[in-house]
Design a protein around this ligand. Sequence first.
Ligand code: BES
Ligand code: MN
Ligand code: ZN
Length: 494
Amino acid sequence: MTSISLRSSAAATFKADALVIGVHGSGEVVSAVDSASADVADILGTDFVATLNELKVSPEPGHVAKIPGGGTSAAVIVVAGLGPEAEVTLEALRRASGAAARELTGKKTIAYALPASTDEQIRAVAEGALLGGYAFDRYLSKLGGPIGEVVVLTGLARSKSAKKAVNVAQTVAAAVNLARDLVNDPPNHLYPESFAKQMKTLAKTSKVTVDVMEEDALEAKGYGGMLGVGKGSQRPPRLVTLSYTPRGARTHLAFVGKGITFDSGGLSIKPANAMVTMKCDMAGAAAVAAATFAIAELELPVRVTAYACLAENMPSGDATRPGDVLTMYGGKTVEVLNTDAEGRLVLADGITTALAREPDLIVDVATLTGACVVALGNKMSGVFSNDPVLHEALASTAETAGELMWPMPIPEDVKEKVKTTKIADLSQHNPEPWGGASYAAGFLREFVPEGMPWAHLDIAGPAFNSGDAEGYTPKGGTGAAVRTLVQLAVERSR
Ligand code: BES
Ligand code: MN
Ligand code: ZN
């Protein structure tokens, strides 16, 4: 674990393996060194900015360059772009800090001389460092090792609220990194039973209580969605309920997460290429669980119940077929038309379960549709909702948290389309090759009673980064939606 602390030392004379400084500018031109490291700039000389431009160092957030420590007390200096001086956003700080940390894994001490004159900036620098320093090395025989200590240089080193900001950053980053670990863990290691077991273990040192429903209990209670999806697998489904019930909470949030530990498509099997990253299909369950642990650790005065709907979607002689009719938890019947549209089936059972405890709102989180990735790209999640206020609010909650989420519609005609089938209450799938993300959302909405505010986050794009690491986002699992859920709880506290 990387430790993190605040110090008020001068940047140039602070002894560290690496010192991170910020530069401003736009496009390809560096115009100035950030004032937080003015003493460093002085030592490096008046032509320092000219040299950076000669070396084609980029001032854009997320871009970094390593140079020798020069006359400073640091072995190496990492020059991190912050963008134009007038608009250093918290997101720019997180990205700069994260990109620097990615260059410095294995170092013992790194010092950050980035803008850190408010609690929010301190939190952003700390969060970026802890998120960017993430590495998934569980299965590597040769370990790179995490960063030993991150020191944020700030005039607020003695401030109580600044220390609190560091604690928040630590808790939130640990939750994001937990979700990343769960997503990155290979599907022969992480399956419904082992996911549930990890939740039990984590609960031991937390204010969260964990309840696990095994397959016999799911059968007894009629969880047709969960069981139908898990039927083809040797590894049976689990419904994990995580509860955080602080005294005096006035609001109760329910989170429901899609937890397909591997999505082969089932009998409607995916082509080989589309299957490669499908260990990520439990990212929604990972996000709701990790966020719940963080909310409890922050002791936010809001009640949270999270449901991880865990199953493995596999083909076999016993698997659910296209054409089968499932009786879902709560009694609605669904005609299955494509076994690769499995997420909505486990989520529907989860949403119905959530209703019993009468929450104030329900948010489900799921790597639900490729269609959402086509619509919004792989860095932005879609937000669907039955409640116009919650719909807009969530997108701005996400922005505050540093995540990209965009409000998406469920067009009027979806209402009829989900009832096209003549032999069951609902059609699971629309064979038309368009509007798939909205159809899936419209299907889920059928399980939400009138008057219950509900939002659905389709994180199929951002949950897993198949490209290169960038800013504080690593390759592989990203921990998408964790920060938004924690921020939602902050906003709904009291
Ligand atoms: N898990 C996938 C969606 C997905 C796609 C997640 C890409 C992450 C990246 C989901 O279960 C799925 O297979 N959806 C199908 C639905 C279709 C059969 C209606 C899809 O999007 O193609
Ligand atoms: Mn699928
Ligand atoms: Zn899936």
